[in-house]
Design a protein around this ligand. Structure first.
Ligand code: PMP
Length: 427
């Protein structure tokens, strides 16, 4: 155990889970690569969904941050702040929500917390619908709508949460149904649940479950839900913390795969938009955003230094059509990983959209989740110089692949080859 690891263990919470038996200390990054303290270089197939939407150490972002930091960093909630207004205008316009208002936070958790505050206040109810296997953050309210038990450490709750079927499809009683049958079954389940309740405030859902293992419902599921929700006056909160900003390739937001009945009432975002700077936020229809009748501010939400990073990063994303890159390179990577998966006994399914790809592992010849093997593949990939993530409601046996959106074809091929070696190592 390294000295730093020992000191980490001595002072930080036990539940702060680090990856790897010997955790990595990252010291710098560039493009799609990162280096550790020993000088070892890794291809980063996971940081894209955590911190780094476009590329590590993107010069435009570092320049914007240092220039703004040299000028002023103050609170944007009590004084006018040009970068915050500019980024809010851009996000409102991109969100697809008509007459949208934007409130900036410093994390996805806090964004969802704000969304839940809005929805419960707007509808004067603390009943919330959430999806089974969901993840929405670590605050008291966010864990209260998190259906993934591994990430929801308390059964106490400030909300009355009802868990709806539909986030995970590949297992369970509905696994054999066609897309249309699946949607019909989930809608019937929702209608049945609503028949037993009164005054639900909102449904919160990730268009593609992230921590839950990159599970994607059939297109149109949330549009079908939306029709029912609208009839009952229930708001739809789309948690786009992992699915936003073009990562899924085909769409700028995950909800657009479910656009049949219009955009969500509330949308939350975070993670990579600041390319490492702490930005989260909630976008909502004006009447929903403005329903609070008391002040509600955030000292660091909208900080000019993070907003400058967000603007520079967003400009880079749009100018270089990184959504298109995610579609093209992600499509090639998915194909390549599917071919590898078909030749390796422990791969149950390779699924995904754009640069958000999950590889679900099982014990060969069975349908049983295999978390030990997933951990072993993570270690083996690291040994070959590739960083990937893991997740999944079924004992975290899904490998998660989410590189920065500027991934090149050559890097995609190299990463796929390294992952193949790691999978074969543990066969
Ligand atoms: N929502 C989703 C869908 C997430 O994946 C996450 C983070 N994994 C969060 C919310 C919470 O974001 P943060 O860690 O920034 O609080």
């Amino acid at each position: 155990m390294t000295d730093l690891h020992k000191r980490h263990r001595a002072v930080l919470p036990e539940w702060l889970a680090l990856y790897y038996d010997e955790p990595i200390e990252l010291t710098h990054g560039e493009g799609r690569h990162v280096w550790d303290a020993s000088g070892r270089k890794y291809l980063d197939f996971f940081g894209g969904i955590l911190t780094t939407m476009t590329a590590h150490a993107l010069p435009e972002v570092t320049r914007a941050v240092s220039e703004q930091a040299a000028r002023i960093i103050h609170s944007s909630t009590l004084y006018l702040d040009r970068p915050m207004v500019e980024l809010a205008e851009r996000v409102a316009q991109l969100s697809g929500i008509p007459d949208a208002r934007v409130f900036f936070t410093t994390s996805g958790t806090e964004a969802n917390d704000a969304a839940l505050l809005l929805a419960t206040t707007y509808n004067r109810s603390n009943q919330i619908l959430a999806m089974r296997n969901s993840y929405h953050g670590r605050s008291f309210s966010a864990v209260s709508v998190t259906g993934n038990r591994g990430w929801s450490p308390t059964s106490l709750s400030p909300l009355q949460t009802l868990y709806v079927h539909g986030g995970v499809r590949s297992r369970g009683p509905y696994a054999e149904l066609s897309d249309a049958e699946f949607i019909a079954a989930c809608v019937a389940d929702l209608e049945d649940m609503l028949g037993q309740t009164r005054g639900v405030a909102a449904l919160i859902a990730e268009p593609i479950q992230g921590v839950g293992g990159f599970t994607s419902p059939p297109d149109g599921l949330y549009a079908a839900f939306r029709e029912v929700l609208q009839r009952h006056g229930i708001l739809w909160i789309a948690d786009e913390v992992q699915t936003g900003w073009g990562r899924t390739g085909e769409h700028f937001w995950g909800w657009q795969a479910h656009a049949g009945n219009g955009p969500p009432d509330v949308l939350t975002f975070a993670k990579g938009i600041g390319n490492g700077m702490a930005i989260g936020g909630v976008v909502a229809r004006a009447d929903v955003m403005n329903c609070l009748d008391a002040n509600s501010i955030s000292t660091f939400g909208g900080s000019p230094v993070t907003m400058a990073a967000g603007l520079a990063n967003l400009n880079h994303l749009l100018e270089h059509d990184l959504q298109g890159n995610a579609r093209r390179v992600g499509g090639l990577l998915l194909e390549r990983l599917r071919a590898i998966g078909a030749s390796v006994g422990c791969v149950r399914e390779v699924r995904g959209r754009g640069l958000m790809i999950g590889v679900e592992l099982v014990r060969p010849g069975t349908d049983e989740a295999d978390p030990e093997r997933a951990g072993a593949v993570l270690e083996a990939a690291r040994a070959h110089g590739l960083l990937i993530g893991k997740g999944g409601g079924h004992n975290t046996s899904v490998l998660r692949i989410a590189p920065p959106l500027s991934l090149t074809v050559a890097e995609a091929e190299q990463g796929a080859a390294l992952l193949e070696r790691a999978l074969r190592d543990v066969e």
